[in-house]
Design a protein around this ligand. Sequence first.
Ligand code: GRF
Length: 200
Amino acid sequence: MNFAVFASGNGTNLQAIIDACRKKKIKGALKMVFSDKPDAFALTRARKAEVPCIAWIEPKAYKTREAFDKAVVKLLKAEGIDFVVLAGFMRILSSGFVRAYKNRILNIHPALLPAFKGVHSIKEAFEYGVKVAGVTVHIVDEEMDHGPIVVQAAVEVKTTDSLASLEGKIHEVEHRLYPQAVDLFARGKIKVVGRTVRVG
Ligand code: GRF
């Protein structure tokens, strides 16, 4: 299966996926890296890894979210992309996009969903004083940080942790968990049944 990674920023999760592909730990081909930001460091990582298709589209060039997403879906279809991996992609996908790739879009979120949705989840969880934080990989549906959960991993928050150390621990877990989830998906091991994901 061919997949695309979407990233808006640094791309450390993209890097973990690139490294896993190199080590043949993902049984799928990373064919495309896409960004909505021309200066995303993720694009530099993609160039270095010689990903076959590296693309960015300026959202402001489109009148609506739907029109932008339609252009992106067209590109994905033209490149023969079977599934999409969101890795720090900072745009909400329209329902047209979600329908075009129904149950074929993965996202990673740095919290144990459904707790701490949104963009500042690690900070919010830390400030809330949780003892267990974590990471969720889920299927993307039409609501933000909401779709069926594929895998989760817990991260213990110690009293000695700072926000920075917790962020470090969470990212480390992300970089281990996401390539594993992408591999499961690429091998057809993920089946969505209502809100539940059957793995294996
Ligand atoms: C990660 O923490 C991910 O969970 C969240 O955005 C961040 C992206 O980081 N969705 P990076 O660009 O992969 O380094």
